[in-house]
Design a protein around this ligand. Structure first.
Ligand SMILES: Cc1cc2nc3c(=O)[nH]c(=O)nc-3n(C[C@H](O)[C@H](O)[C@H](O)COP(=O)(O)O)c2cc1C
Length: 191
């Protein structure tokens, strides 16, 4: 059985779609280690209460949710994961990953896991995907062991620079990443 770290960041509007895919991965027999960024863990928003999301995540996976640096650190030395999924990945987390900043439990989980040369799969969701975050996505596309869930414009007329992953492709992108392959096409029109 493959063990997958699943790290949720603060793109709250995508949580419904992302949690559907977490359920899907559990149904496919993956063991999921849940991780939430400090913001995803703690912020109540118009998309739901933080406590409800964290309870749902723990219940779905049967594991306590990792949400601090000390909880994330052993992922590397203990080789806990076959792959790490970051979904949704915010513009903030993409910037930190691209720059090697590791001051959140998600970015530390990625650093810890990458030291084992195992795959990280990123599902971006950010309104500045084609502006401020574009350079970071570009940098990450060129990183070893980093793969993307296919993504594209979500609403190009209202939000010209916004990019979002097609979350229904997450399981297929994960299967590919576990084989060190990028699911293609990478750039698509999300449904
Ligand atoms: C209601 C709400 C929705 C947000 N949606 C997004 C989003 O879709 N994409 C994004 O990049 N940031 C979004 N943000 C901003 C991030 O939550 C913020 O940049 C935060 O610092 C991200 O931290 P994290 O990357 O550690 O989770 C949103 C914030 C709020 C309060």
């Amino acid at each position: 059985m493959k063990t997958i770290g699943f790290a949720v960041c603060g793109s709250f509007c995508t949580f419904d779609k992302v949690f559907e895919q977490i359920e899907n991965l559990v149904a496919h027999g993956y063991k999921i280690l849940p991780i939430m960024s400090e913001n995803a863990w703690s912020l109540d928003t118009r998309f739901g209460r933080a406590a409800d999301w964290r309870e749902r995540f723990a219940e779905l996976t049967g594991e306590p949710v990792i949400h601090t640096l000390p909880e994330a650190e052993p992922i590397g030395p203990k080789k806990l994961l076959d792959a790490l999924v970051i979904a949704p990945a915010t513009g903030n987390t993409l910037a930190k990953l691209a720059a090697g900043v590791t001051d959140t439990c998600v970015t530390l989980a990625a650093k810890a896991h990458l030291r084992n040369a195992r795959p990280v799969l990123i599902a971006p969701s950010t309104n500045d995907g084609l502006t401020g975050a574009a350079k970071n996505i570009g940098a990450l596309l060129n990183y070893k062991h980093v793969f993307f869930v296919p993504y594209g414009h979500d609403s190009y007329e209202k939000k010209p620079a916004s990019l979002v992953a097609e979350f229904t492709l997450l399981p297929a992108a994960l299967e590919a990443a576990l084989e060190n392959e990028q699911l293609r096409p990478v750039v698509i029109t999300p449904k």
